[in-house]
Design a protein around this ligand. Structure first.
Ligand SMILES: Cc1cc2nc3c(=O)[nH]c(=O)nc-3n(C[C@H](O)[C@H](O)[C@H](O)COP(=O)(O)O)c2cc1C
Length: 453
């Protein structure tokens, strides 16, 4: 039998999102630096590999009404991480940034800066972003379709890798003015994605980890193939055991096909952990957490995602709407998660379930969100994680705390020691860089500048 995988943790500070409960006396602020600092330092005490931030470039809205939780704000991820680099020393700093709206060479330079200033702890979670209405913040009118977004994304990432590799340290360190004036320390990098053209030079040497680590989040076949060719880590939504198993098999096969060792791309699903002294207490706590997460307005916004129309007149404690989803509302007024083709099927399935189980709108949304998460005593959750480690179906979990900033305390103080005792969690940081602390292979110069046909 092969040795179990050593699991690693990241913490995903979700900011605006209904999965964090912001209304308890213990809840912190979504925007105060103290929340980020406390969470990151607790995670670092627990030897977490990464502190992870998502990206939302626009307040989510339906038909002109803003989502309740979004108005509390979300500071830019790279800015937050630059501040956190100063008060942490080992934990990796991962910023989600989309390839669709950023200028490629500028974005690559900002990541190189964070990587250098943090001593080799930066990572970029590459997304193409499915929030069609995000586009309004940037360019009115044009919005890339799905396949184009991935073609563009790959050209952006390849250009970033070239830029990060384009610094000849031996010449940069030399006092030879001729070599400098010929531009030799930093050869020109060209980017032409079909939608965007630029030419530039690196303005920075490489960090101790060579270049920022690349995460990828995007689940379509195009997204998975893109990750298999370009990413170091996939942030997935496939955390349930059977789902994680088939996802891992799929990604490993795609990675092999891309000409890389099957385990070259690490897999980190997002996951919620709810712990208490006993399993029964944890179940009770989970029920309480779900009710806090799904407020009446959240319940309505959740079903509006599928119906695509204003449902604010419906009672969250009443039955589901008997009208059918609006099929012709464009993505611009709809939030992430909406799939036009599935709207009617999903609405029918939800109505059927609500009727069969006697559920109100809010109760149904609570049920729909109850499947995710590990719930139990620290030793039961450790036993669950042992199964994942033995089967090698994930490399770790990106934990989404339901409470900020104290939501990592019990995981670090009670779960991590159980996992260490089982030999499935690190007992110290393996190195100083994120690449080392994720167990990634060192970069060779070919990988540093990997170009893929
Ligand atoms: C686990 C996960 C996390 C994501 N996080 C973000 C995010 O923080 N910001 C964002 O704009 N998009 C995010 N996305 C959406 C992706 O950008 C992408 O647009 C979307 O998944 C559609 O691509 P796909 O069809 O390949 O999945 C995320 C997707 C996944 C699967």
């Amino acid at each position: 039998m092969t040795a179990p995988t050593v699991l690693r943790f990241g913490v995903f500070f979700q900011g605006v999102n209904f999965s964090t409960v912001w209304t308890e006396p213990e809840s912190g602020s979504q925007i105060d630096f103290e929340s980020f600092r406390r969470l990151a330092q607790t995670a670092e005490r627990g030897l977490f590999s990464a502190f992870f931030l998502g990206e939302g470039l626009r307040l989510r809205e339906h038909l002109g009404r803003l989502h309740q939780l979004d108005v509390a704000g979300r500071p830019d991820a790279q800015t937050q991480l630059a501040a956190l680099a100063a008060v942490t020393s080992r934990i990796g700093l991962v910023a989600t940034q989309n390839t669709t709206y950023n200028d490629p060479l500028d974005l690559a330079h900002r990541f190189a800066s964070l990587d250098l200033l943090s001593g080799g702890r930066a990572a970029w979670n590459v997304v193409t972003t499915d929030n069609a209405w995000t586009g309004e913040n940037f360019r009115r009118g044009g919005y890339l379709d799905h396949a184009d977004r991935y073609r563009h994304a790959e050209a952006v990432v390849v250009a970033a890798k070239e830029l990060w590799a384009a610094w000849a340290a031996d010449i940069a360190d030399s006092p030879d003015a001729d070599a400098w004036s010929a531009g030799a320390p930093s050869p020109t990098v060209e980017v032409d994605t079909g939608h965007y053209r630029a030419r530039g030079r690196s303005r920075l040497p490489q960090s101790p980890q060579g270049r920022p680590v690349l995460f990828q989040a995007g689940d379509s076949a195009e997204g998975r193939d893109f990750a298999a060719r370009q990413a170091d880590v996939i942030f997935s939504a496939h955390s349930a055991f059977d789902d994680a198993q088939s996802f891992a098999a799929d990604i490993r096969q795609r990675t092999l096909k891309a000409g890389r060792p099957a385990d070259d791309v690490k897999i980190f699903p997002g996951q919620e952990f709810i712990l208490a002294d006993t399993d029964a207490e944890a179940e009770e706590k989970a029920r309480w957490v779900r009710r806090k997460q799904v407020t009446p307005q959240t319940a309505i916004a959740f079903i509006e995602n599928i119906w695509g129309t204003d449902l604010s007149g419906y009672d969250p404690d009443g039955p589901l709407p008997d009208i059918d989803p609006v099929q012709d509302v464009t993505g611009e007024t709809r939030g992430a998660g909406f799939r036009a083709a599935q709207a009617k099927t999903t609405a029918d399935a939800w109505r059927e379930r609500a009727e069969a189980e006697g559920l109100s709108i809010r109760e149904l949304v609570i049920r729909l969100n109850s499947g995710r998460g590990f719930v139990g005593s620290p030793s039961s959750v450790a036993a669950t994680l042992q199964r994942y480690a033995d089967a090698g179906v994930v490399d770790g979990f990106n934990i989404t705390p339901w409470l900020v900033p104290s939501g990592m305390d019990d995981i670090v103080d009670r779960l991590v020691p159980e996992l260490q005792e089982r030999g499935i969690y690190p007992t110290s940081y393996e190195g100083n860089t994120l690449r080392e602390n994720l167990g990634l292979r060192p970069l060779d110069s070919a990988a540093l500048a990997r170009r893929t046909a």
